[in-house]
Ligand binder design. Structure first.
Ligand code: HEM
Length: 426
């Protein structure tokens, strides 16, 4: 990958524009250099694009609220109708984990209980087996879609297994539909028809989760749903998660852990397919944990699955020289921060020896930093290893310019990734 061409902002550009969406890095660079806290007229929010200001916003939870950035926007302009449908058919309008302290502090401590080193370690052999089975199955086919045949089914299966959902009952398609229904609420691009369809899917998802929670209340199992249902804090005032908190946490894990990790695997395959010789070089080091960990980390920096998430300015502020009025929405562009050449030298280059590799903000920064990142890293590394072990001559089956991304601001997820490859001779 080389440095993209410099472009001049004309004013009025929006991240919604399909050309920008499908190739946003030249736009991010122009913003960082010419208007680092840019008012996007199509989205009615400020895009924060330099590393320094992204970290500044993420570190200051009082000035920049997370809570107002999310569920206040659920349902788009149809929030009241959306709430009514969920209350009538879906067990309630259940808010998610995206809240500010002090409520967040308590919830975060409780949800961390589901991500203990013990649980993550315990999941590894089973995740590995799912990865091996899937990659081995596609290896002999000669071609596959990196998202539809690999990334999406793999992560959907893994997250269902982690949580304790019955994979045979759910399946990849259902997880994809449920994920889209929830993600559309923060993606900011849904019309009324889409809102109605998404609301119906969210009702189905919530009812499914509620059934699973009820089953574990009196009969816990060795899975994350049971961990969440029975998580305890040494805090007499708030010993347990309430029922709706349990449901929203499980819904959050299902969605946050699915699309993001699928997008990461798609990006990883795209990088292997477009950097000749890379897979062969990695093959010689495939059992070397240091090399593989750094490779995964650099892929996450270079091609973050989540491009931006939201905050609300709770008072008038000046950020990066721009006046931002109270109650404005901001989108913290993690992807642009990771691409900031004042922080990462030659940022478009894949360089696994970067000394500051660990400072990327793909998983966020501050108190909301991704709670599932150990799990995500493990899953992506196991997948990278099995792809490199089993697939050779990975190539794009279409010109790179023809690849498109899902129409959402939050995640940067390939719609399709047609690939050809051969099975690597042992
Ligand atoms: C490559 C995969 C992933 C990426 C790139 C990613 C990215 C992120 C980011 C950027 C945030 C910060 C949100 C903010 O500041 O507003 C976050 C938070 C979160 N992530 Fe992840 N995530 C990934 C995988 C996962 C997995 C596997 C899970 C769970 C199964 C998960 C669960 C969560 C939760 C619950 C939060 C909210 C934490 C809080 O507010 O305290 N994520 N993630």
């Amino acid at each position: 990958m080389t440095l993209y061409e410099k472009r001049l902002l004309k004013g009025g550009e929006t991240r919604l524009d399909a050309d920008i969406r499908n190739d946003p890095f030249p736009f991010y660079r122009a913003l960082r250099e010419q208007d680092p806290v840019y008012y996007d007229p199509g989205l009615d929010l400020y895009l924060v694009t330099r590393y320094a200001e992204c970290v500044e916003v993420l570190a200051d939870n009082e000035t920049y609220s997370l809570e107002h950035g999310y569920q206040d926007r659920y349902g788009g302009e149809y929030l009241a109708e959306f709430i009514a449908i969920l209350e009538r058919d879906g067990g309630g309008f259940i808010r998610d984990l995206a809240i500010d302290p002090p409520a967040h502090t308590r919830l975060r401590k409780l949800t961390e209980k589901a991500f203990t080193a013990h649980r993550v370690k315990e999941l590894e052999p089973r995740i590995h087996q799912i990865v091996i089975d899937l990659i081995d199955r596609v290896a002999g086919q000669g071609s596959a879609d990196g998202m539809i045949d690999i990334g999406c089914p793999l992560t959907a299966h893994v997250i269902c297994e982690q949580l304790g959902f019955d994979w045979a009952e759910v399946g990849a398609e259902k997880v994809a539909v449920w994920s889209k229904a929830v993600l559309d609420q923060i993606g900011r691009m849904q019309d009324r028809e889409a809102m109605l369809e998404n609301a119906a899917q969210m009702c189905e998802l919530q009812n499914f989760i509620i059934r699973n929670v009820r089953l574990r209340e009196h009969a816990p199992r060795e899975d994350m749903i049971s961990d969440i249902v029975h998580a305890e804090l040494n805090d007499d005032a708030n010993p347990r998660l309430s029922f709706t908190e349990q449901v929203s946490t499980i819904r959050g894990f299902l969605i946050a852990g699915n699309d993001t990790t699928a997008a990461a695997i798609g990006n990883l395959l795209l990088i292997l397919a477009t950097q000749p010789g890379l897979a062969d070089r990695l093959y010689t080091d495939v059992d070397n944990d240091r090399v593989m960990n750094r490779f995964v980390e650099e892929v996450l920096r270079l091609a973050p699955p989540v491009h931006g998430l939201f905050r609300t300015a709770m008072k008038d502020v000046v950020l990066g020289g721009t006046k931002v009025p109270a109650m404005s929405q901001l989108c913290v562009m993690y992807a642009s921060a990771n691409d900031d050449d004042t922080k990462f030298a030659d940022p478009r280059k894949l360089d696994i020896e970067r000394t500051n590799l660990g400072t990327h903000i793909t998983f966020g920064s501050g108190i909301h930093k991704c709670v599932g990142m150990a799990l995500a890293r493990m899953e992506i590394k196991l997948t990278a290893q099995e792809i490199i072990r089993r697939l050779d001559n990975i190539q794009l089956a279409v010109p790179v310019e023809e690849l498109t991304y899902l129409p959402t601001l939050a995640s940067h997820t390939l719609e399709r990734l047609p690939l050809t490859f051969t099975r690597r001779a042992g």
